[in-house]
Write a protein that binds this ligand. Structure first.
Ligand SMILES: [Zn+2]
Length: 210
């Protein structure tokens, strides 16, 4: 079963995480997970630039180390870079101590590309996996950001048209929308992103960083 819209029990369980943002205007928070990679991230930047849209990239530390220039480029264009662990590890598979190392290594990679040293530190757990122990360990230093719209762009069994239609149906002012600058999501993303930007832009929405 796919939950394009976040089931209300999750925000209730993890109340300190951000699931959507309180806004009084038509604002959306687009987020891109798992990059940066040269195959997809430049396309995302191009599309965002066409709408003067700003977004948040939850980066994998290893990718930051491989493609630091791409990360710097995103930052130079006014986007926000945030933490998605060093190797995209699942919280349910590793101890809080190991998880912490993963988060810190990613943070170091972020700081190397000139990001993350100032302002709030945002973190999104890979696969949305978290436990209270992991959350408590992160909380003093990081603001955990989940989502209210999951596009399932990474799901190749989902047609791009369906992916777009479902995303549009559940997105509202203040929604935090998850997309992926990853190879797995590439087919759906290349279809969905330009149309999503156009659709909400035509309705008067603007796109901001968290
Ligand atoms: Zn991820």
């Amino acid at each position: 079963m796919r939950f394009h819209k976040t089931p209300p029990v999750l925000p209730w369980l993890f109340r300190k995480a951000w699931w959507k943002r309180p806004v009084s205007d038509k604002i959306l928070f687009l987020t891109f997970d798992d990059g940066p990679i040269p195959e997809v991230t430049p396309f995302v930047l191009e599309q965002l630039a066409q709408y003067n849209a700003k977004a948040t990239f939850f980066c994998v530390g290893e990718n930051l180390e491989r493609y630091p220039d791409l990360a710097r480029e995103a930052k130079a264009q006014g986007h926000q870079l945030a933490n998605h662990t060093h190797q995209h590890v699942k919280a349910w598979k590793v101890s809080p101590a190991e998880y912490r190392q993963q988060v810190e290594r990613c943070q170091a990679a972020l700081e190397k590309v000139g990001s993350g040293a100032d302002g709030p530190k945002f973190f999104r757990p890979p696969h949305g996996q978290l436990t209270w122990r992991h959350l408590r360990m992160l909380e003093p230093e990081y603001q955990v950001v989940m989502w209210s719209t999951l596009t399932y762009d990474f799901d190749a069994s989902l047609y791009p048209e369906e992916c777009l239609a479902k995303a549009i149906a559940v997105t509202k002012p203040g929604s935090v929308v998850v997309l992926h600058d990853s190879l797995k999501a590439e087919r759906n993303l290349r279809y969905v992103l330009p149309r999503l930007l156009r659709h909400f832009s035509d309705l008067g929405y603007v796109f901001k960083t968290l």
